[in-house]
Design a protein around this ligand. Structure first.
Ligand SMILES: CN(C)c1ccc(C(=O)NC[C@H]2N[C@H](CO)[C@@H](O)[C@@H]2O)cc1
Length: 472
C-alpha cells in the first residue's frame, strides 16, 4: 500500500484514540507553570515566524533564496520575530572533518539580517530523505552509505524514504544494521562546530538538531528511545562543551508525531542543569494526514483534521511534559488553495496560543503555501498570519488570545521575581491602524509605531489582565 494510505490508517487510528471533540481552543488559557523560552530579562517569548527556506535544500550553496530586503518586507508585513533557518550538513562539512567556514559566514550574514530587525533565529540542520545521493537533501555524499542500492523516483516524494537505498543510508547512519562507520560522531561534531560559531551571536536563539528524524529499518519507540535519543544526548553534550546558553530543540520521529500519534522520545538531560536551568525545547511538526487526502479543511476531511489536531495536542503536551520542555511547532502549513485552508491556519495559531507554543509556518518560499506569491505580492494567507499577538510577556503567562469578532487581544500574566521590562504586544495595522488602547490592569501602554508594538508595564503581585482594542 502506498505510504499515504498506510499513514492515513495510522492517522485515523490516532484520531480514534482521543475522545471526540473539536480542537477549538478552550477558554483562552496557557499552561502556566510549564516551561517557557525566555529572553535575557526573563520575559517569556512568544515566537511566531516562518521557515526559511525550502529552497536551501536544493541550492548548491545551501542558502535560502532571500536577500536582506526580503527580511525587511517580512518584518513589515508580518511583524514576525522568529525564523526557523534551514542549513545543510553537506555545506557545513563537505569533506569528513573539514568544515566550510565560508558557508557559516554566509549563514551569519543572514542571521544578522534578522537580528538587526529584532528576530530570533533557530538554526535547523535540515534533512529530507537523508541527502542528495539518495534523492533527498541534507547529508553530504561521503556520509551516504547506500551501498549502491537504488532509490527510484516517486510520484509522492515521501515514498523515497522507504526506497532500499534510502533505508540503507539511514541504517548505516544510525549504526543499526552493521558496525558501520560512526557517522553519528561526525554529526555531533558538525553541530559543535556550528554552535562554536554562533554561541555568542545574540540573534541565535538555538539549534534544531535534526529535521523530521527517520529511523530507516527501525521505527517508532525502538528508534526514538534508541538511536535517536542516543544521538541527541551525544549532540547535546558536544554542543554544551562550546555553548552553555543557547536553546537546543529536539524533534520526534516525523511519521508518527506529525500526524498526532504518540512519541516515545525520552527525557534528555541538559548538562547546563535540570529544571529551570535546562534549555531543551520540544519542536514537533504538525501535518494532519487527513488534510493530505485532498479534502482540505471541509466536510468529513475537516472533521478528521479536527480529531487529528486534538490528538496531536494531547500527544505533544504529554511528550513536552515528559521532557520538561517548552513547545515550538517547528512546521505547520499547507497549500492555501485547499478548501478551508485559511480557517485551518487560524485554528492552528489559536491552538498554539492556547498551548503557549511558538510557531514557524512552512514556509516563506513564494507560492501557494506562502504568504506571498511568485511576484512577492501578498496572498490571502498573509492577513491570517499577521495577527495581534504578544511578542514578550513580563512574567509567567496565564493566557493570551486574539478575538477577531470583538477586535480584542487579551493577555494575562503573573509578574515574576527577577523579570524586568514590559509586556510587548504586536498590533498589525489592518486591525490597529492607530495603535491600541489598554483596558484592565497594567499601564496605559506606550506605542512604538516602528515595530507596531504596544509596551504595557505591569505592577507587582497578583495576575495582570489586559484587553487591548484598536485606538479610535
Ligand atoms: C515517510 N516519511 C518519513 C515522511 C512522510 C511525510 C513527511 C512530511 O509530510 N513532512 C512534512 C513537511 N516537512 C518537510 C520539511 O521538513 C516538507 O518537505 C514536508 O512537506 C515527512 C516524512
Amino acid at each position: 500500500i502506498g505510504w499515504t494510505a498506510a499513514g492515513a490508517a495510522l492517522a485515523v487510528a490516532a484520531a480514534l484514540l482521543v475522545v471526540v471533540g473539536p480542537a477549538e481552543a478552550g477558554p483562552a488559557h496557557t499552561a502556566t507553570g510549564h516551561r517557557w523560552i525566555t529572553d535575557d530579562q526573563g520575559r517569556a517569548l512568544v515566537l511566531t515566524g516562518l521557515n526559511t527556506a525550502s529552497s536551501a535544500k536544493s541550492r548548491p550553496d545551501g542558502l535560502p533564496w532571500i536577500k536582506e530586503a526580503d527580511v525587511q518586507r517580512e518584518s513589515d508585513a508580518l511583524g514576525s520575530g522568529f525564523v526557523r533557518f534551514l542549513i545543510q550538513w553537506r555545506n557545513v562539512e563537505p569533506r569528513p572533518g573539514e568544515y566550510d567556514d565560508g558557508y557559516l559566514a554566509q549563514v551569519a550574514e543572514r542571521v544578522r539580517w534578522y537580528g538587526t530587525r529584532g528576530y530570533r533565529v533557530m538554526l535547523d540542520l535540515h534533512q529530507d530523505v537523508y541527502g542528495p545521493k539518495v534523492k533527498g537533501n541534507g547529508a553530504p555524499e561521503w556520509a551516504t552509505e547506500n551501498e549502491g542500492l537504488p532509490v527510484a523516483e516517486q510520484g509522492q516524494w515521501e515514498l523515497k524514504y522507504i526506497e532500499p537505498g534510502t533505508v540503507r543510508a539511514f541504517d548505516n547512519f544510525w549504526g543499526t544494521r552493521t558496525a558501520s562507520r560512526d557517522l553519528r560522531a561526525h554529526y555531533a561534531a558538525a553541530w559543535a562546530h556550528v554552535a562554536a560559531r554562533f554561541a555568542d551571536d545574540p540573534a541565535v536563539l538555538g539549534y534544531d538538531l535534526m529535521n523530521e528524524p527517520f529511523g530507516g529499518s527501525v521505527q517508532g519507540p525502538a528508534f526514538e528511545a534508541g538511536p535517536l535519543a542516543a544521538l541527541y544526548r551525544r549532540t547535546i553534550a558536544a554542543i554544551r562543551k562550546v555553548d552553555h546558553d543557547s536553546w537546543i530543540f529536539v524533534e520526534p520521529e516525523a511519521v508518527s508525531a506529525n500526524w498526532g500519534l504518540p512519541s516515545a522520545l525520552p527525557y534528555l538531560a541538559d548538562p547546563r542543569g535540570d529544571g529551570p536551568e535546562a534549555r531543551i525545547a520540544y519542536a514537533p511538526h504538525l501535518y494532519p494526514l487527513p488534510m493530505d487526502l485532498g479534502g482540505g479543511y471541509t466536510g468529513d476531511a475537516g472533521k478528521w483534521v479536527d480529531r487529528t489536531l486534538t490528538s496531536w495536542r494531547e500527544q505533544t503536551e504529554k511528550t513536552a511534559e515528559r521532557l520538561g520542555a517548552p513547545v515550538l511547532i517547528g512546521e505547520y502549513g499547507l497549500d492555501t488553495n485547499l478548501p478551508g485552508a485559511l480557517r485551518y491556519v487560524a485554528k492552528v495559531r489559536a491552538m498554539a496560543d492556547d498551548m503557549g507554543a511558538g510557531t514557524a509556518y512552512w514556509s516563506n518560499d513564494p507560492g501557494s503555501w506562502a504568504p506571498w506569491d511568485q511576484n512577492l505580492k501578498p496572498t490571502a494567507l498573509l492577513p491570517v498570519l499577521d495577527r495581534p499577538e504578544p511578542r514578550v510577556i513580563a512574567g509567567d503567562p496565564v493566557a493570551y488570545a486574539w478575538d477577531e469578532r470583538s477586535r480584542t487581544l487579551s493577555v494575562s500574566w503573573r509578574p515574576a521575581e527577577g523579570v524586568r521590562g514590559d509586556t510587548e504586544v504586536y498590533l498589525p495595522a489592518r486591525f490597529f491602524p492607530r495603535g491600541g488602547v489598554v483596558a484592565g490592569d497594567g499601564s496605559a501602554g506606550v506605542w512604538n509605531a516602528n515595530s507596531r508594538t504596544l509596551h504595557v508595564a505591569s505592577g507587582s503581585g497578583g495576575t495582570v489582565s489586559v484587553r487591548i482594542t484598536p485606538r479610535a
